[in-house]
Design a protein around this ligand. Structure first.
Ligand code: FO1
Length: 313
């Protein structure tokens, strides 16, 4: 049994975060994962938690890894029928995936917290990592665009990230509370790792919950972020659009600046030596390594590296 002082808490988003969690599990570190709730959405009468499910399905071996969401081999009869009934069906819920959303919605309607529902699913899949949504309150990431304000799923899935982004907001965050376990986990962890996730849409919603940033800033020597960006261009998803709207440089330096009040160490790609000195000037320790996680071996390698980075406790 590992002592709690060896616990690693990971602030997470979706697929990249799940791979890092899998890496830490391979090196037998006890891991707690703080989950993003900003992309949760009500659709078809169901409460859908995409990042939470990506972590649950990924760790259980059920994830459709090609898409990065939903279940491998799923069918979409429910969606097709929804379309035949004349309803919009752009947000594609698979038939097996549907079971998760129906159950979660039912349990929440019966008064269970999102934390407890997530714990139920975690235990059903017999996962070792502790999985804690950042908050049991509703936080909705909204993208402010030239076509008006959109829910993040509308922006990303319905409009395929085409509108020009002028800002991002986290509706409900100001009045939300950290889930009960979050501060305890952070205080008892040997290190806190910010996964290589979209800083604005995956990590930003969690940082917007009152109390988290302040807590991390007090223990920033223990907080390590891994860059989700290699170079200036090789960057998938809409993160570049969000960062540009927030006037952040689209590079590891831009991400380091975004986190500079709450981290002590930043891990970047070994190919990004040219950014090292600018990141050091922010007062951060910088480590360079191979941050790709395309195989289980690479996930394990990155986790070992991050577990070995020296932190002052
Ligand atoms: N992403 C898509 O691009 N198209 C979809 O139809 C879609 C459906 C969907 C259903 C359940 C779920 O858990 C995730 C889903 N996603 C879909 C992924 C999701 O839009 C985002 O990738 C995450 O919210 C990223 O934070």
């Amino acid at each position: 049994m590992l002592k709690s002082s060896q616990l690693i808490t990971i602030l997470s988003g979706g697929t990249g975060s799940m791979k890092l969690v899998r890496g830490f599990s391979q090196i037998e570190r006890s891991v707690a994962v703080i989950l993003n709730v900003g992309d949760n959405v009500w659709k078809y009468g169901l409460y859908i938690c995409p990042d939470i499910d990506t972590i649950l399905y990924g760790l259980s071996g059920l994830l459709d890894t090609r898409r990065g969401w939903g279940m491998e081999g799923d069918t979409f009869n429910f969606m097709d029928q929804t379309g035949k009934l004349g309803q919009e069906n752009w947000f594609r819920i698979g038939d097996r995936d549907l079971a998760t959303h129906v159950l979660r919605t039912e349990l929440i309607r019966n008064g269970m917290t999102l934390t407890n529902v997530t714990e139920y699913l975690r235990s059903t899949y017999k996962l070792n990592a502790e999985l804690i949504p950042i908050s049991d309150d509703s936080i909705e990431t909204r993208i402010i665009t030239n076509r008006g304000e959109l829910n993040i799923q509308e922006f990303w899935v319905k409009y395929k990230a085409a509108p020009k982004v002028v800002g991002v907001k986290y509706k409900g965050a100001k009045n939300s509370k950290l889930a009960a376990r979050v501060l305890k986990l952070i205080r008892s962890s040997e290190r806190i790792v910010i996964a290589p996730a979209n800083p604005i849409s995956s990590i930003g919603p969690s940082l917007a919950v009152p109390g988290l940033k302040n807590e991390l800033s007090k223990i920033k020597e223990k907080v390590i972020a891994i860059s989700p960006i290699v170079g200036k261009h090789a960057f998938s998803g809409p993160a570049a659009k969000y960062m540009k709207a927030l006037k952040l440089e689209i590079s590891p330096v831009g991400v380091a600046k975004y986190y500079s009040d709450i981290i002590g160490t930043f891990v970047i790609s070994k190919n990004d030596l040219l950014f090292e000195s600018a990141i050091k000037k922010l007062g951060l320790n910088v480590y360079l390594t191979d941050i790709a996680m395309n195989t289980l071996h690479e996930e394990r390698r990155l986790a070992s590296f991050v577990a070995g980075v020296s932190v002052r406790i």
